[in-house]
Design a protein around this ligand. Structure first.
Ligand SMILES: CC(C)(COP(=O)(O)OP(=O)(O)OC[C@H]1O[C@@H](n2cnc3c(N)ncnc32)[C@H](O)[C@@H]1OP(=O)(O)O)[C@@H](O)C(=O)NCCC(=O)NCCS
Length: 188
């Protein structure tokens, strides 16, 4: 008989970093790539901490930088595992920038990473199931499950676009390409 799967609570992870000049881009604000790297580190820490295993990044959803982050500000990342599959975890991260002197703070962005727990051979491993105690935990889980479904649908739409407009083009004649283009452009 299969052993029941271990269950575990998600623990929030908070990381704060001072934004230093070497992280700046040409306009003097913090480089988007520097923030992406920090987000990835936070997602890794949160996922590996939950899974007790090494974790790799499978995907990251849309990251939008609506307002620049400035040199000298404190950037705080609030991370939490929202959803656990067999080996995958959705880690949600909220980013808040704070002016150290005035203490004014603003929510700069939020994003979702899908992380996979892997064993020593680099293959996915089963991790503890997420224990959902509060209504808030349950709401996070439900929302993450809906996003997971959306990602699957988005992946298959992207694959269909690639197949039709990139991979299959080599196998089509000029006339067939023209026909497909007319059908597509006609609907604009
Ligand atoms: C992550 C990785 C180990 C998954 O390997 P895989 O052969 O696809 O593994 P599986 O098919 O067993 O899938 C493992 C899990 O990933 C999920 N998954 C795999 N491909 C997916 C996709 N395109 N979208 C959503 N979920 C996906 C599966 O649903 C499964 O979830 P579950 O275990 O919670 O049910 C592999 O893709 C990998 O090593 N990627 C490189 C990771 C990396 O190096 N990241 C750093 C950035 S370069």
């Amino acid at each position: 008989m299969q052993e029941p799967r271990e269950q575990q609570l998600a623990e929030p992870l908070i990381m704060t970093m001072l934004m230093t000049p070497e992280m700046a881009n040409f306009s003097g604000n913090i480089h988007g790539g520097s923030i992406l790297k920090m987000l990835d580190q936070v997602a890794y820490s949160c996922a590996a901490h939950y899974a007790h295993h090494y974790a790799v990044t499978l995907s990251v959803d849309q990251v939008k930088f609506k307002k620049p982050v400035k040199v000298g500000e404190l950037l705080t990342f609030y991370a939490q595992v929202n959803y656990v599959g067999r080996s995958t975890m959705e880690v949600g991260i909220k980013v808040v920038a704070e002016n150290i002197l005035s203490k004014e703070s603003r929510h700069t962005n939020s994003c979702y990473f899908t992380m996979v727990a892997v064993g020593d051979d680099g293959r996915p491993v089963q991790i503890p199931q997420l224990l959902l105690n509060s209504a808030k935990d349950k709401a996070r889980f439900v929302a993450a499950k809906l996003r997971r479904q959306l990602r699957i649908e988005h992946d298959s739409t992207m694959q269909a676009i690639d197949l039709k407009w990139t991979e299959q083009l080599d196998t089509l004649s000029e006339e067939e390409i023209e026909e497909a283009l007319n059908a597509e452009m006609g609907s604009r």
